[in-house]
Design a binder for this molecule. Structure first.
Ligand code: NAD
Ligand code: TYD
Length: 345
């Protein structure tokens, strides 16, 4: 079984590779990753001697190289994690790279899959953010047929890639599946995202910056539950289908901040309310009944347990943190690069 993994040096991709190697004996993985600021080979250090995994540095926006690697490796399965992933960067730094990777890159993979009839399936890993925002006080959730309504440049580019997948299945029968998952947490997440960012702030004795009133809600899922859902989509999912993945675990940013403060024995004075993110989606909520019913998936990890384990992982992995800190320095452009971040009283 030959799996071409794009973006396997990032947070979810590296967890997925480790997970697949643990689950399947007879597998060859080619990990194709451009090693951008969030890609890190230290995420795969513990499996670097495993001969079933090989790494190639490459960009999915580079069509010639994608085609060449496809011809040489001859994958049975393809899964794409490669993306520009941070909303704040897409706002405060710019969306050009988001367009190159999240749209052109996906187009290049689709073209390569289309040209090679041996590919059984291609899973495009996408996000619930393409569906836009829900009000706090509604019972609505995102279903597979909910209309796309992206509100920030990151989500717009992910929606663009997803639209190409839909079009390639309908036009050419390219065997592609698109998944929409909610916010992930767990080990190896680049500390620009809420949970690892707040943990690092605690370690640096800095306050936790909450955007706006802190009442925005995200639907949190443990990364290995997402990986199992993706494994099922890859091996059992039906080409042309869309699957929403979520663990029914909606929590406000205030609740997440309180849990982290409790863990570090700090009171609420360590929270700081800052100017809201422009285009800030209020609430995401996933209806995942389809993947549960059709592929027999359900989340196995209990939030309290794995949330605490996640905090411990960052506390234990100081070398990993120092390494990512050296790479960029700026984790949160909303706070560090944006003049407007301070609350206007
Ligand atoms: P990440 O930022 O940690 O990793 C992205 C990886 O892609 C990095 O290794 C990076 O080097 C690589 N990459 C970026 N541009 C590339 C390019 N042009 N060519 C090749 N490699 C490139 O992201 P993540 O959190 O692991 O997210 C993985 C995927 O899951 C993304 O597609 C994201 O949209 C999706 N997703 C993430 C979440 C979440 O909560 N993190 C939730 C739902 C969906
Ligand atoms: P984030 O991890 O950036 O993911 P996304 O925006 O893709 O959902 O942010 C999660 C939530 O946390 C979002 O509502 C923005 C908020 N947030 C803060 O309030 N403060 C922060 O420092 C960060 C990074 C995020």
């Amino acid at each position: 079984m030959r799996i071409f993994v794009c973006g396997g040096a990032g947070f979810i991709g590296s967890n997925f590779i480790r997970y697949i190697l643990g689950k399947h004996k007879n597998v060859q993985i080619l990990n194709y990753d451009a090693l951008t600021y969030s890609g890190n080979l230290n995420n795969l250090k513990d499996i670097e001697k495993d001969k079933r995994h090989r790494f190639i540095k490459g960009n999915i926006a580079d069509k010639e190289t994608v085609d060449l690697v496809f011809q040489k490796f001859k994958p049975d399965y393809v899964i794409n994690f490669a993306a520009e992933t941070h909303v704040d960067r897409s706002i405060h730094i710019g969306a050009k790279e988001f367009i190159d990777t999240n749209i052109t890159g996906v187009f290049n993979i689709l073209e390569a899959v289309k040209a090679r009839s041996g590919v059984k399936k291609y899973v495009q890993v996408s996000t619930d953010e393409v569906y836009g925002s829900l009000p706090l006080n509604s019972k609505n959730t995102f279903k597979e047929d909910t209309a796309f309504a992206p509100n920030v440049p990151y989500a717009a580019t992910k929606a663009g890639g997803d639209m190409f997948c839909r079009a390639y299945y309908n036009t050419f029968k390219t065997p592609v599946i698109v998944t929409h998952c909610s916010n992930n947490y767990g080990p190896y997440q680049y500390p620009e995202k809420l949970i690892p960012f707040f943990i690092l702030r605690m370690l640096e004795n800095k306050k936790l910056p909450l955007y706006g009133d802190g009442k925005n809600v995200r639907d949190w899922i443990y990364v290995l539950d997402h990986c199992e859902a993706l494994r099922l989509c890859l091996f059992k999912g039906k080409p042309g289908e869309v699957y929403n993945i979520g663990a029914d675990n909606e929590m406000s940013n205030l609740e997440i901040a309180s849990l982290i403060l409790n863990h570090f024995n700090r009171d609420k004075s360590w929270m700081e309310f800052v100017t809201d993110r422009p285009g800030h989606d209020r609430r995401y909520a996933i209806d995942s009944r389809k993947i549960r019913k059709e592929l027999g998936w359900k989340p196995k990890h209990q939030f309290k347990k794995v949330f605490t384990e996640t905090i411990h992982w960052y506390l234990k992995n100081e070398d990993w943190i120092n390494n990512v800190r050296e790479k960029t320095g700026v984790f949160n452009p909303h706070i560090d690069l944006w003049e407007g971040h301070k609350m206007k009283k």
